[in-house]
Design a protein. Structure first.
Length: 390
């Protein structure tokens, strides 16, 4: 699996729990300024073409754009811009990119060419899928690779090539290392750019240079972008650790996270352990990390229900994991009182072989159905029916 795909998978799996991003960071400026930023940063532009009165536009703004998974992917791969298509100040953009419905989502390359266009509101998964498709369509690495093979070595071109490789999920480490090996002063801005863009994996010499030059890079890029770069590189190394079942790589990712951003390193280490242990089916390590997560996140009924559901889905036959999941699910149902919490509890009891108790809990769930929970009735009936079949 390509590293970019691995990273996206990690983003989707991890961010509901920790979320270093707070959603899409939209560009504060005009279309012309966004286009200039696109050329400067080597990223395509994502445009949310909307109207103030549009209901689906408002839903996306409230529910999809703020999602941490969406933010992590889109902030890393695009210059993101919102355009009110009914404002006179945006007339030039509207004339070039007319729309027939709202919202219309566009992906535009650095030269102002339309890469992909989609009409209609998207949920989190739909927007992520659309973004990944746009990244693939905007891939110009073959053209750049040919120029590289033909001997082009200008630093501006090389940096553009590195950024294109990173966006497409192809390794840029050789290009970056070869370039840096020719440089006597790594502290100048162009070379700091190479270090920043080349730090795609924590288990690399370039990442070590990223940490060594932290102060200069924070001055150049800002602390938030520096920390996000560290986090992405560390998750890429966790993905490699999972792919190769290599605990040394896992340990290195956690160690490098501490060097880059000590404030979030504890959360990162816990989540890295969770993802690694789930992928390698190490129930003991998983249970330890999950208890640490619960301690960090608290005892709300909703949180306990989410954790217990994740646990029994990840380790559906492990006795110790199921026992802990059942404990948290029961606490969630008793304190939260919602029928879906009772259903989660009952499902775990069924998995544990406690049929009679599962029936009672599901029946209690039916009693808890309120005016806003009517959709839970058929679900609980279906669950009880499944028990009757066994």
């Amino acid at each position: 699996m390509e590293m970019k795909q691995l990273f996206v998978a990690m983003v989707i799996a991890v961010f509901p729990a920790i979320g270093f991003s707070q959603g899409i960071e939209f560009f504060k400026g005009t279309w012309e300024e966004a286009l200039a930023a696109s050329k400067r940063e080597g990223k395509p532009i994502f445009v949310d073409a909307y109207a103030e009165w549009c209901g689906p536009c408002k839903r996306m703004a409230a529910q999809t754009f703020p999602d941490p998974k969406v933010g992590a992917f889109f902030n890393a791969n695009f210059v993101c811009l919102k355009v009110d298509m009914e404002k006179q100040e945006n007339a030039q953009f509207v004339s070039k990119f007319p729309v027939s419905a709202y919202p219309t989502l566009m992906f535009i390359d650095e030269n102002g060419g339309l890469v992909l266009k989609q009409t209609g509101a998207q949920g989190v998964d739909g927007l992520l899928e659309l973004g990944q498709k746009a990244v693939g369509k905007a891939d110009k690495t073959e053209e750049l690779a040919q120029r590289y093979e033909d001997g082009e070595r200008d630093s501006v071109f090389l940096l553009k090539y590195v950024k294109a490789l990173n966006r497409s999920g192809k390794s840029s480490l050789k290009i970056v290392n070869d370039y840096l090996a020719t440089q006597s002063d790594l502290s100048i801005p162009i070379n700091l750019n190479f270090i920043f863009e080349g730090s795609t994996e924590a288990d690399s010499r370039v990442f070590d240079l990223l940490i060594k030059n932290k102060d200069a890079l924070v001055t150049l890029y800002g602390l938030d972008k520096f920390n996000a770069r560290v986090e992405r590189a560390c998750w890429a190394t966790v993905s490699k650790a999972i792919e190769y079942k290599d605990e040394k790589l896992l340990a290195e990712a956690k160690s490098k996270s501490k060097l880059g951003n000590p404030v979030t390193a504890v959360d990162f280490g816990r989540e890295a352990d969770l993802k690694y242990s789930a992928a390698t089916q190490n129930a003991k390590q998983y249970l330890k990390a999950m208890k640490a997560r619960q301690k960090s996140l608290g005892n709300s009924a909703a949180r306990l229900a989410d954790l217990s559901r994740e646990m029994f889905q990840t380790f559906p036959t492990d006795t110790k994991v199921l026992k802990q999941a059942e404990k948290w699910a029961s606490q969630s149902a008793k304190t939260g009182g919602l029928p879906e919490y009772y259903l989660t509890w009952a499902e775990i009891l069924k998995r544990m072989g406690e049929k009679d108790k599962a029936i009672k809990v599901a029946q209690d769930g039916k009693k808890a159905i309120g005016e806003n929970d009517k959709g839970m009735g058929p679900k609980l009936d279906m669950f009880l029916h499944s028990l009757d079949q066994n």
